[in-house]
Design a protein around this ligand. Structure first.
Ligand SMILES: Nc1ncnc2c1ncn2[C@@H]1O[C@H](COP(=O)(O)OP(=O)(O)OP(=O)(O)O)[C@@H](O)[C@H]1O
Length: 257
């Protein structure tokens, strides 16, 4: 098992606290993509941040390759867990070129300049980002190009688990497919595990081997893709409503959630 979420609870605020997560348990195996599907505000990003050690759970724990992930020591997990966000612009320092941004996590690891250049070159090839972009600043790239760079930055320290938080939501359908195919290829190549956060059932089906539905602070349903049989069916009424709502014509979604 690469990642285990054990009975995680999280609330924000003190008086009239919002209980976002109540009792979340989830397991992600090696080279597996689990899509976390849920309506807006249900706590998907909160769980994602907890799973990479950016936030502390109030109860429960996260284990990465059997080791407990502690927020105070999350830097030590840089080589194991990473996160890619919806808005790639926010992931980059506008004053650094892409090459400098990609090198930053390697400098922290005291990787030599020569090895740094080699890894940046290889990684930009892996994410199909033209080498000429490496000398550009973030504002000089399109959203799709910058998302490729954000993926490269997340993978450059060779983690085994990556949280992908709505990484294709801001792209058009063609670029969404390119990025999803790229992520799938990288997963196979590096034996990665993903938590793919989304509210798009179609994108979840396209990239994931398993879909978990978050509702009321818990994972209420999980379905798997079975070889030659396609996807299992949801059982939980909310998961079914979510599936139908996502498949329904634009605008219907809000009536169901
Ligand atoms: N730092 C914070 N302080 C207080 N409340 C927060 C904080 N972060 C998130 N929340 C609240 O927790 C709830 C869950 O937010 P979260 O961003 O995890 O949901 P989400 O499912 O990812 O939503 P979306 O799909 O819209 O991004 C929301 O009500 C949000 O306002």
């Amino acid at each position: 098992m690469v990642v285990e979420v054990k009975k995680v609870a999280k609330r924000y605020g003190k008086k009239n606290a919002t209980q976002v997560l109540r009792d979340v348990s989830l397991q992600i195996e090696q080279e597996t993509c689990v899509a976390l599907l849920g309506a807006s505000g249900v706590g998907k990003s909160t769980l994602g941040r907890i799973m990479v050690g950016l936030e502390r759970p109030d109860e429960g724990a996260i284990f990465v390759q059997g080791e407990r992930l502690l927020v105070a020591k999350h830097k030590r997990f840089r080589n194991k867990v990473q996160m890619v966000f919806q808005d790639p612009q926010s992931a980059f320092n506008p004053r650094l070129t892409l090459a400098e941004s990609l090198a930053e996590p390697l400098w922290v690891e005291r990787v030599s300049k020569r090895e740094c250049d080699k890894r940046i070159g290889a990684m930009s090839e892996d994410v199909q980002l033209d080498q000429e972009f490496l000398d550009r600043y973030p504002e000089q790239l399109s959203g799709g190009q910058l998302q490729r760079a954000a993926i490269a930055r997340a993978l450059i320290c060779r983690p085994s688990f990556v949280v992908l938080d709505e990484v294709v939501s801001s792209l058009d359908v063609i670029h969404q497919h390119h990025i999803l195919d790229l992520l799938h290829g990288l997963k196979e190549r590096y034996g990665l595990s993903y938590l793919f956060i989304t509210h798009d059932f179609q994108a979840a089906k396209y990239i994931a081997e398993r879909i978990a539905v978050l509702y009321g602070g818990k994972v209420v349903d999980q379905i798997k893709k079975k070889e030659n049989e396609g996807w299992q069916c949801f059982k939980h009424p909310h998961a079914l409503r979510l599936q139908k709502a996502v498949l329904a014509p634009h605008g219907i979604l809000s009536r169901f959630i």
